[in-house]
Design a binder for this molecule. Structure first.
Ligand code: SF4
Length: 169
């Protein structure tokens, strides 16, 4: 995505329906934010790690649910944890054909071995999956026809009668 040719990006996004220019602009903004965020992470990780300490301190902040605490540990404290929330769970369970889209245990067991305890792999995977969940693999009416993960996705490959809920992609 960082190196996508402008015309190719515009053509690809044009397949996703109306408001092409707005969508392209949002993608460019997201990619720029992603790059800026990644560039900052390594230089700030050690400083922030000292402030955050660990999950025990974060539990004192009642507004932090479990996935939010895990994201703070992963992105701010540089700890190799896997924050699985409903968004990440939805994408992964659809990919692997698990009928319960909130099955976080199955999601972790499938995802963790592929990330090989690598900090940046964990960060990239979570950023990508959450972005994908918000914009493509949405809870209602996922945009399967334009999804880059479609070839390997059990949900998109299932017929409407075998797909959980029978929803058409
Ligand atoms: S093909 Fe559809 S269900 Fe599968 S990951 Fe993409 S948007 Fe989600």
């Amino acid at each position: 995505m960082f190196r996508a040719a402008p015309n190719a990006l515009i053509a690809a996004v044009g397949l996703a329906g109306a408001h092409r220019d707005d969508k392209v602009e949002r993608i460019r903004t997201t990619v720029a934010e992603f790059k800026r965020f990644r560039d900052r992470l390594d230089s700030e990780t050690m400083r922030r790690a000292g402030l955050l300490g660990g999950a025990r301190a974060l539990r004192l902040l009642s507004q932090f649910d479990k996935p939010t605490r895990a994201r703070a540990l992963l992105f701010a404290a540089g700890q190799v944890v896997l924050p699985v929330d409903d968004d990440v769970s939805r994408v992964v369970t659809r990919l692997i054909g698990e009928s319960n889209v909130r099955n976080r245990g199955v999601t972790k067991r499938w995802l963790a071995p592929q990330l090989d305890r690598d900090l940046n792999a964990h960060r990239d995977a979570i950023i990508y999956l959450r972005h994908h969940a918000h914009h493509t693999c949405t809870a209602v009416g996922p945009h399967c026809p334009v999804c880059p993960l479609r070839p390997g996705c059990a949900f998109a490959g299932a017929s409407s009668t075998t797909r959980p809920g029978g929803a058409a992609p």
